[in-house]
Design a protein around this ligand. Structure first.
Ligand SMILES: Nc1ncnc2c1ncn2[C@@H]1O[C@H](COP(=O)(O)OP(=O)(O)O)[C@@H](O)[C@H]1O
Ligand SMILES: Cc1ncc(COP(=O)(O)O)c(N)n1
Length: 274
């Protein structure tokens, strides 16, 4: 068998298995790329919310990054929860040495409403990490935070995507409409074209980990060499199925189903791209 595409996630943990590193690795596995992970923070959380957070010492973060990249190929990587400026500086310096697609999920607040990033780290993220990203994937409130404007309409979403690219310097922006009314519409802007991805809205409270799963799927497809618009299209199909077949596990917002897509075979033509 040929060596697989290799994808890395740099993120926080979720011991209940729905979000964070755990969601990312499940997604990589489901999409048949070799998954690797560097942990930023250990988070005691479940479907009802975050109980406590332990940030790993900075030299432990550096050593994990070094252990992976001194030994393994990385064909694409994503970042999720990066809680503070110290961690961001280390990750920024590491990114500057590695020239493969970088997908940033600018994780700020969990579905439960708990903050996952220090207030003062948001500016650093915007100024120093966004310009290094091939793609940034904010939800509505994260996009509002990034561009400093309220988002009330689809036109506002598209304008925010343009601003994240032209003003903040990202390669592309995917503004996600999961928290808007009506159909679940996401806009991808790559500096030239505006792409629209639409799915029906699924009536469920089980949306723990949707953003993590979506950005991990995009990273997986990019690691296989797929172009960005197609990687997002396939990932949208993947995350929609994961929400449609999500589990009512736990007492809060249940997790998405990482193999839900197997019930809706269409996505598996991705095998042709490897
Ligand atoms: N109830 C839903 N039905 C269908 N798609 C949804 C639903 N909620 C979110 N999505 C989709 O899931 C993905 C994650 O979006 P969103 O929920 O906005 O991000 P986050 O998880 O970061 O808050 C997007 O493609 C969004 O359109
Ligand atoms: C460690 C970690 N990272 C990210 C999220 C966001 O999850 P969601 O995708 O539900 O917004 C989370 N709850 N925990």
């Amino acid at each position: 068998m040929n060596n697989p595409a290799c994808a890395l996630t740099i993120a926080g943990t979720d011991p209940s298995g729905g979000a964070g590193i755990q969601a990312d690795l499940k997604t990589f596995q489901e999409l048949q790329v070799y998954g690797m992970s560097v942990i930023t923070s250990v988070v005691a959380q479940n479907t009802t919310g975050v109980k406590s957070v332990h940030h790993l010492p900075l030299d432990m973060l550096s050593q994990q990054l070094e252990a992976v990249s001194s030994d393994m190929p990385v064909h694409a990587f994503k970042t999720g929860m990066i809680a503070d400026i110290g961690m961001m500086e280390i990750i920024r310096d590491w990114i500057k040495e590695i020239h493969v697609p970088y997908v940033m999920d600018p994780v700020m607040i969990a579905t439960s409403g708990d903050a996952l990033i220090n207030e003062n780290a948001r500016d650093f993220l915007r100024e120093h990490l966004v310009p290094l990203a091939a793609l940034v994937t904010p939800n509505i409130s994260e996009a509002e935070d990034m561009v400093g404007e309220r988002i009330r309409s689809h036109e506002d979403m598209k304008n925010a995507a343009r601003k994240i690219v032209h003003t903040l310097g990202a390669g592309a922006a995917l503004v996600k409409g999961g928290h808007m009314e009506g159909q679940a519409v996401d806009y991808l802007y790559d500096g030239e074209f505006m792409y629209t991805y639409t799915s029906e809205r699924i009536e469920t409270k089980n949306i723990h980990g949707t953003g993590c799963t979506y950005s991990a799927a995009i990273t997986a497809f990019l690691s296989r060499g797929m172009e960005l618009p197609e990687a997002v299209e396939k990932s949208k199909t993947f995350v929609t199925a994961a929400i449609r077949h999500s589990f009512s596990l736990g007492q809060g917002n249940g997790p998405t189903n990482h193999w839900g897509i197997r019930k809706e075979e269409s996505i598996y033509d991705f095998h042709d791209h490897s």
